[in-house]
Design a protein around this ligand. Structure first.
Ligand SMILES: C[S@@+](CC[C@H](N)C(=O)[O-])C[C@H]1O[C@@H](n2cnc3c(N)ncnc32)[C@H](O)[C@@H]1O
Length: 250
């Protein structure tokens, strides 16, 4: 059960919380003036409790808290149906196969990018790739600081990839953004491989890195270590937290 993808866990939690909230209604005193909003907020509270009990990451608890109330507000606002279609289409374009990869889009911060820059060679030519490059922020940030580097990104979801291509075109960047699953790339082409993905992606990625990367090249993961493989270098302002960089010399 604990191995279910977090999205499926969340679906179960939402349904169970709705069911439990509905079961509570007959227990209310007859004098209580019950409304749909009461049901929705009871469901949200129960969903958060279940999410905590299942030890989901904190941001999922926020999503559980807001999900049904947001649906209720949207229904009450009487928004045109095309809004829902657009919202659905844009979430598909941005989150594409996160259901399969278990890696959603969220962006690394400036602090992490600064720490990442400190790990890169200043005087040598090198080829760097961001696996799952999102909106392209990491290659753009590094490109201006490392004239000897060549920067690449690969992204599976169409919308972030498209945005990074447009940004590169508008800014005259030389960074190259591919729309590809990193699993299909040969990492031997790169001197530095960077990833900010998720715990679920790390075992497979580590296996790929070990199989393909050349000896002496650098593999860096932001926020997610590799189980049973202590890094050669660990850079952190908040130990074990979101800004921790784990680096392995292959
Ligand atoms: C957490 S975001 C990181 C974005 C960016 N690297 C950054 O640091 O701001 C992870 C990205 O990886 C992408 N992704 C997940 N699995 C992928 C795969 N197999 N191949 C390419 N991209 C993938 C997701 O679509 C998402 O945009």
């Amino acid at each position: 059960m604990a191995r279910l993808p977090v999205s499926l866990q969340s679906l179960l939690i939402q349904c169970a919380a709705a069911q439990a909230a509905a079961l509570l209604i007959p227990l209310l005193p007859g004098s209580f003036h019950f409304t749909l909003s009461h049901l929705v907020f009871a469901q949200a509270g129960l969903a958060v409790t279940l999410s905590r009990a299942w030890r989901q990451p904190p941001w999922w608890q926020l999503l559980h808290l807001g999900f049904l109330p947001a649906v209720l507000l949207a229904l009450q606002a009487g928004l045109p149906h095309t809004i829902y279609l657009l919202a659905f289409a844009s979430s598909v374009l941005f989150y594409w196969s996160s259901f399969r990869t278990r890696v959603p889009l969220y962006l690394s911060g400036r602090k992490a990018r600064r720490q990442l820059a400190a790990l890169l060679p200043q005087r040598r030519r090198f080829r760097f790739i961001d696996l799952g490059s999102g909106l392209g922020g990491v290659p753009f940030y590094l490109e201006s600081r490392f004239p000897k580097g060549r920067f690449y990104g690969t992204e599976i979801a169409p919308a972030p990839w498209f945005i990074s291509r447009v940004r590169a075109r508008l800014t005259g960047s030389r960074a190259v953004f591919m729309r590809n699953d990193y699993g299909r790339l040969d990492l031997a082409r790169f001197d530095v491989v960077f990833a900010f993905l998720s715990p679920a992606a790390m075992p497979g990625l580590w296996h790929q890195a070990q199989t393909q990367m050349r000896s002496g090249t650098l593999f860096i993961s932001l926020a997610f270590p590799v189980a049973g493989r202590p890094p050669d270098q660990c850079v952190a302002h908040d130990a074990g937290g979101r800004h921790t960089l784990y680096a392995w010399r292959m």
